[in-house]
Design a protein around this ligand. Sequence first.
Ligand SMILES: O=C(O)CCC(=O)C(=O)O
Ligand SMILES: [Fe+2]
Length: 318
Amino acid sequence: MAVLASTVLALASIQTRRLTLPEIGALATRGFCAVPSWISSADVERIRADVLAADSAGMLRTASVGNGATARADDSIRRTRMCGLLPGPPSRVGCVDTRLQLTAAIERLRIELAELASDGALAPMHALTPFATECAYLNYPQGGYYTRHLDVPAANEGWLRIGRAPADGTSVARWERRRTISLLLYLNAGWDMDAWGGQLRVFTRASEPCATPQAADGGRDTASEVARVRGERDPAARDGAGTGASADVWVDIAPEGGTLVLMRSELVEHEVLATRQPRQCVVAWFRTERRAGLSPSGPHPCTGESAKGVHRDAGQRT
Ligand SMILES: O=C(O)CCC(=O)C(=O)O
Ligand SMILES: [Fe+2]
């Protein structure tokens, strides 16, 4: 009986729902969307239990900022613990089936987004390369936070070399990758944003290349259950006059269990406000790979710049 029960549990997959048209529209025009109840509350609890088990086993470590040689812990920017899932903790820790089902659900979402992009439902976007996804658990302690940031580095338009660099010697890798879509999946049922803070603050700017004027005002439609528009755009920006400088507009998203957030990684700045309760979530990044300096597929998503513009960058590298 116990064997049967564990077999059934192992076979049960994490059911996700497809994105709705308004959610797809928000991702296309505003660069982000919030998707309430993407998974069931039972699956939220299963994943959360696995995060806590992995943390108790010492698998979650202080999350760093920067990347490669510049990666470092910096308490003034970020306070949370993190554990990568690809590869994940050893199978004796927590529930490996839950992790496999979670990463399978994330892969199904990558395919859904790739299909939407090829159908033209999303703004032009680089292809999401299979087997290039990063995925991790995050556990914020009471007093945790992550200050305002973009998920890609500023240098080389966010492209990072895969493998050997010229400084490493000969036989240099010619591939690069960049985060394209950032994914967050929240795991705390009944999160009280007013009492506990910990909201995800997503910034949009009037000057943001992919944001349309309607988009910057339109968040209430797509995410009314989970988000509140808190920012004010300055009047000059609203009527399109002035120097191009604009005040921030932001949307606060409650980290409610089961809510999925998707953001264009190179466009959408965000932060996690101080949390007064421990807060767990899954973070993942769908990435794009390209031959160094060559356009991966089609024009740059925001500027419409095609391979020519990107080639200039390659010229500097070689
Ligand atoms: O915890 C969150 O809501 C956001 C985390 C985040 O922005 C990141 O890890 O890059
Ligand atoms: Fe982030």
